[in-house]
Design a protein around this ligand. Sequence first.
Ligand code: FE
Length: 237
Amino acid sequence: MSTTRRDLLATALTAAGAAAAPRLAGAEESHDHPEPEHQAVPSDPALRTRALESVLVARGLVDRAALDALVDAYEREIGPRNGARVIARAWVDEDYKRRLLSNATAAIAELGFGGEEGEQMVAVENTPRVHNLVVCTLCSCYPWPVLGLPPLWYKSAAYRSRSVIDPRGLLKELGLELAPEVDVRVWDSTAEVRYLVLPERPAGTAKLSEAELAALVTRDAMVGIARVTVASGGARA
Ligand code: FE
């Protein structure tokens, strides 16, 4: 994602958040989330980590920008590369794709990925007529084994609410304009079930290897806020 796009995303979500979030207040209260990692109040380890970071930054021992860069790398590069391998395999192997869509947890485990925050995976396929978008309306449930850490915007109140209230409008603001005939399906992650979008394979990639295809797949495409394009792999930053 380019700097411009990231700025746009942040601006759009911030601007929309105040208006959109209250409309979901009732829904959030009724959302049943018993697991400790699935709550609005940060966990004790998260609070301790933030406190420690604040002290280290205040004393000049840690550069906050360096920390941000590190987290960003896990969010956009290291984690999502696992998911990208799953997508590329599904694009080149029809049998694998069938297994992925019928039992994503098992198919993802075939490539060696799985575990915490990804015990029950569901893969949803984008087609010319269907576009899938993943959210966690309550907090930040996210498929860690295939996508890494959830980005800040995924956790924002604005994204969580607008993806449900007006997914088509949100996607348009993020640069993904869908034709009217495309059916938008929004998947609300829970503590139990996490979703992975299988994006459409871009045109003009018939001669690419599986590894080259994987390099095109972005985190954003696997969450459903972007398409995979031939240019997207080289422009992942
Ligand atoms: Fe959640």
